[in-house]
Design a protein. Structure first.
Length: 211
């Protein structure tokens, strides 16, 4: 419940920036700030930023999730090669526009808002076809936090306690299946896209999961 309340607040912040940024372009600088913060947190906690800290992720969970069919996210989107291609394209577009509008702070700010609008719209479309967090696999910040994290603050599983009820997989916002790692020798769920949201920990009836 606390996580949901925090997500509602962050979703409101997101909408304020997304809508207000068109009239107040300087709000666009909130976007690179979030990008740097998300990547910075990644070095210590992996994709923890992408839980409720991320305003867009919270927006998808609170407002888009109720209308999403919650289907399986395509494996193509989860693969590293495709995600790197998306990263290169988006960073290239952002860099070109920054150079073109430099040093006008208002045009640069509006450029950030435009990029946020386009990618958010794409994320909503993907959510309508697949899952509310589909965009999170393509998000550059998520990928860089994934790579920076390198297994930090991992989710651990007690193989003796796990009964493979699969509730952890059903509740996971990133469609990770923790129970499949119960045979891991050191009891670690080896998936760096874990958001450290603790929803699976709270859902597990056998208390087999912990951070």
């Amino acid at each position: 419940m606390k996580r949901h309340i925090k997500q509602i607040f962050m979703a409101a912040v997101f909408l304020s920036v997304l809508i207000g940024g068109w009239n107040y372009p300087l709000l666009g600088y909130f976007i690179p700030f979030c990008m740097l913060l998300g990547i910075g947190i990644g070095f210590f906690r992996g994709r923890k930023w992408c839980d409720w800290y991320c305003p867009r992720g919270s927006f998808y969970d609170t407002l888009v999730k109720p209308v999403s069919p919650k289907k399986q996210i395509p494996e193509l989107f989860k693969g590293l090669p495709f995600r790197i291609i998306v990263l290169i394209i988006l960073m290239s577009v952002m860099t070109v526009r920054l150079i073109a509008f430099w040093p006008d702070p208002y045009r640069i700010g509006k450029s950030f808002v435009l990029l946020l609008t386009v990618t958010t719209t794409l994320g909503i479309i993907l959510a309508f076809f697949f899952h509310p967090r589909t965009w999170c696999y393509l998000c550059p910040v998520g990928l860089l936090a994934n790579l920076a994290g390198r297994g930090r603050y991992p989710l651990k599983i007690d193989s003796n306690a796990c009964v493979e009820c699969k509730l952890c997989a059903k509740i996971c916002p990133m469609q990770i299946e923790p129970y499949k790692f119960k045979k891991d020798k050191i009891g670690v769920v080896r998936n760096r896209d874990c958001l450290k949201c603790r929803t699976c920990v709270a859902e597990c009836p056998k208390k087999a999961l912990e951070f």
